[in-house]
Design a protein around this ligand. Structure first.
Ligand SMILES: *Cc1c(COP(=O)(O)O)cnc(C)c1O
Length: 221
């Protein structure tokens, strides 16, 4: 494991572009997270609620925890008091639960809306139509404890770089389109979370502002 060297490499790549690195620590023990933390990484991504809670309790409190995986509504309550950003919001019902738990916790929770851009059936996310409906509908406008900060997407898992590039480009175009819509009080389109170990280079070229990198930092899971 060369966590230190891997992180240094990403710092060099990302510094010039002011892109945020999220180290995806899912399945890895707290000791490894701490190694990355000691190299200056403060943002970590997890895809399971229980694992995130355990690491939150065990690790330094200035770590910013990002929920990047499919989130069940009945589990929002366990992370609402501390989660830094939820990247995987893909329904109005989930957003309503985040609003409810944000109110209970007395804090506004930053969220990204996950958009389905991959050609695969299996990937979660809102369709373009669902996304626009949610963004312009009355439910979101009435919310006080969620802030939509941007979009998240996962490209198809393929070696074909053209396919990946096209999907990221489509997401970036959608992101730019939303910025032209009438402003909503709790929507600020600032972050575009796209790119992981296998495709972050393409994502950066296509305008990503946040990359979520696991195996290229921590090794294979
Ligand atoms: C696991 C995961 C990542 C990181 O994947 P790597 O290939 O290990 O970089 C990024 N985003 C999401 C949503 C993930 O679940």
């Amino acid at each position: 494991m060369h966590i230190k060297e891997n992180i240094q490499r990403f710092k060099n790549i990302l510094n010039d572009e002011s892109v945020r690195l999220i180290a995806v620590s899912k399945t890895h023990p707290p000791e490894l997270v701490l190694k990355a933390y000691e190299e200056g990484v403060k943002d970590f991504g997890e895809n399971k609620v229980q694992e995130m809670v355990e690491k939150f309790e065990a690790l330094p409190k200035d770590i910013r925890w990002h929920m990047i995986g499919h989130l069940q509504r009945n589990k929002v309550k366990y992370i609402a008091s501390f989660v830094h950003m939820i990247h995987s919001v893909e329904s109005e019902r989930l957003l309503q639960e985040i609003e409810k738990q944000g109110q209970k916790a007395g804090r506004v929770i930053d969220c990204l809306l996950q958009v389905h851009i991959a050609r695969e059936e299996s990937k979660f996310g809102l369709s373009e139509a669902e996304l626009l409906e949610l963004l312009q509908g009355p439910t979101l406008a009435s919310m006080r404890y969620v802030r939509i900060c941007g979009l998240m997407g996962m490209a198809t898992n393929t070696d074909n770089g053209d396919v990946i590039r096209q999907e990221f480009r489509q997401l970036k175009a959608l992101f730019e389109h939303i910025k032209t819509l009438p402003p909503q009080p709790n929507v600020e389109m600032e972050q575009l979370s796209m790119g992981m170990s296998s495709d972050y280079t393409i994502a950066l070229e296509e305008g990503s502002t946040i990359v979520r990198v696991g195996s290229a930092i921590f090794g294979q899971r």
